[in-house]
Design a protein around this ligand. Structure first.
Ligand code: SF4
Length: 204
């Protein structure tokens, strides 16, 4: 079990606002109370799906999420919804892995999530379960490749070899969903980031 207090200290030193919470339900309630009357983009994110953040935030905001069939139908395509999410004031996501030192690792096949983590929003909120925490960057990258991506591929029915949910096979296949990796060292200039750090296991 990792030292949460030390992790929070390391994240705050890097410039992140950190909210420490026990459960995902508390994280959803916190976001509901703090994000209102604005536009919200959500990345491809199992934590957001698990917490039904589209419904929670959709009560008082305009939400754009390419995982919602009704949004795809409304805007014409998944990419059209991704474009709307890319220009939303607020962006919601998680991290595929976080180091005890406070760095975050994310991997992506399409790139919309990485782009939004790096640029384009007034504020980003990252809901991260303590199950994503790794000792160092090497272990975080290993987790992203061998835990998060295979489980993601399995759930999404991706035809890459890791669709078996077991591990990375370094496939380089046309179906590969890890085409770029973003390592976030600090909040980006001009885009404050709040991390909701949750004891409960969340996402993949
Ligand atoms: S490289 Fe291929 S097998 Fe490895 S995690 Fe990425 S998509 Fe899966």
């Amino acid at each position: 079990m990792f030292d949460k207090a030390k992790l929070i200290e390391n994240l705050e030193k890097r410039g992140y606002e950190v909210i420490s919470l026990a459960t995902g339900a508390e994280a959803a309630a916190w976001l509901d109370a703090h994000i209102q009357n604005t536009t919200v983009g959500i990345g491809g994110c199992w934590t957001a799906k698990q917490l039904e953040l589209d419904k929670v935030l959709g009560k008082t905001n305009e939400v754009f999420w390419h995982w919602l069939p009704e949004h795809v139908e409304k805007y014409g395509s998944q990419n059209a919804v991704r474009d709307k999410a890319a220009t939303a004031e607020v962006y919601i996501c998680s991290a595929n892995a976080m180091t005890m030192g406070g760095e975050m690792v994310n991997i992506d096949g399409t790139g919309n999530r990485l782009a939004s983590l790096a640029y384009g929003h007034k504020h980003q909120y990252l809901v991260v379960g303590m199950n994503k925490v790794c000792e160092d960057l090497e272990k975080a990258i290993w987790r992203v490749r061998n835990v998060a991506t295979p489980l993601n591929a399995k759930r999404l029915g991706v035809k890459a070899p890791c669709g078996d949910g077991v591990k990375c096979y370094e496939c380089g296949s046309p179906a590969c969903i890890c085409r770029a990796t973003l390592i976030s060292h600090f909040p980006m200039n001009g885009m404050p980031a709040t991390i909701l750090l949750v004891d409960e296991e969340l996402g993949l």
